[in-house]
Design a protein around this ligand. Sequence first.
Ligand code: DON
Length: 576
Amino acid sequence: MWNKPYQMKNLLVIGILVFASLPAFNQDAIFSARSVHHPVIAENGMVASQHPLATQVGVEILKQGGNAVDAAVAVGFALAVVLPRAGNIGGGGFMIVHDAKRKETKAINYREKAPLKATPNMFLDENGEVDKVRSKYHHQTVGVPGTVAGFALALEKYGTMPISKVVQPAIKLAKEGFPITWDLARVLEVYQKTMKDWPSSMEIFYKPGGSLYRAGELLVQSDLAWSLEQIAKDGAAAFYEGAIADKIVTDMRANGGLITKKDLKKYTAIEVEPVWGTYKNYKVASMPPPSSGGIHLIQMLNILEAYDLKGIGSNTAQTIHLMTEAMKRAYADRSKHLGDPDFYDVPTNELVAKGYAEFLREGINEEKATPSSEIAPGNPVDYESEETTHFSVVDKDGNVVSNTYTLNFSFGTGIVADGTGILLNNEMADFLHKLGEPNAFGLIEGEANKVEPEKRMLSAMTPTIVFENDTPYLVTGSPGGSRIITSVLQVILNTLEHEMNVAEATHTTRIHHQWQPDVLYIEENLNKDTRVLLEAKGYKLEERTAMGSTQSILVKDGMLYGSSDPRRPDAFTKGY
Ligand code: DON
């Protein structure tokens, strides 16, 4: 029976609770009446990643008292199981860590390295042409993986839990299996062509005879569970010197690969200073070389901060024009000045100098597109002053992790090192193979990024933390190959400049230009009026599939506001 007085009492209690909780929420960041898209809101901790099970793993670690680094490493291992196309232990990446207590922000470089036997022309065939298979889908294109070393270093320096603990959820997911999502079922169908030649891959990701798993069926990865158990037992040494190393090297030898035991043993992840910049009153910490991400993100922000983008409006033709001109100049510089700083003297300070941005800005015609052919890599010296995945974690003490890691393409080479369950990256494809020849993402690479033994290949990955008053404000990053840097740029501008909440900032239509080819890539829903105005300015427009998949968390007045990009299925943000 419907008991009216009882229900009234309940409503009153709920009303008081809701009212009492209101002051804690920041209305600006919610925009509840004005916004179409809303962030996930929480108070204590938050994880944004490309898979709900990995996000859940991270939140559980936070609830158990782990800090952001403990949670991030657990998420990273879990993604290696549930997001096999990008999550990995056979690849590499970058992590930006902010330690709230020490008030310190550091970058961990765990990018893959070229094997000792690698040479500058190793991917050219007898006619001097780039060998399309060997450079992308072969044991020779595997860079010495960095993920396990990177995670171990992060835990050792900033974590509170041992690796044996944070790897447990991943072991469970690999051993017991997890339900295949529609997205995973779809990509496994699409990428069967990459894996079909490798029985070690086929027997894991397909049913006997190559038939497909359907959404909802369990994917069990026993060999991967074994590898993760070795890591739980012996730490990173299992991967670089122990039982896993043995299996990787045996697989390399059997298939003409270059990686030896010496390569694995010599691999180290390194902690470095982030590259720093400012945008108005905000500070930006992002990834230095061998990623090009941080430098060019800051360079573009420097160029753009002089314009009244808010006044001009988000995604108006004029704002897109100004952003595009900044993008072209930054990517032109990338083609010449960027490479592994251990091998090439990258002019980082010069490239992120405000004075250099001012010089570049002077070359921008506010009415018309400058053809890319008229833009060359600059000389900053005088101005001194399509698979990857990102996840963001914030804990209750204000520690922050912004992590992007990759196998390069979806499923990397498509090769599982026999007996390990580990998919191997095809990161050597990110090096320059032949001057003037664009890489897989259409990027022009320079001599600075030629193949050399033990060198780390240039990347575009851009894990970033934006600070307000020296406190983390926005944590973000994205996959997307060459489009990573511009996706991160747009989330930052949408948040800081256009004052969108983090969900709107994420969902808003994206554009991309990378200098060469001279094409302005636009997402499908950019409106027709804007397109007409951009064409009138001289742009060649091309619709592209949705760009990037950002995972962002905004910290404001003690509350956390998160948003997983809707551009790729399954991404999920959760807090508590
Ligand atoms: O490091 C890089 O820049 C590339 N290997 C990233 C590849 C990528 O993002 C593909 N994902 N969509």
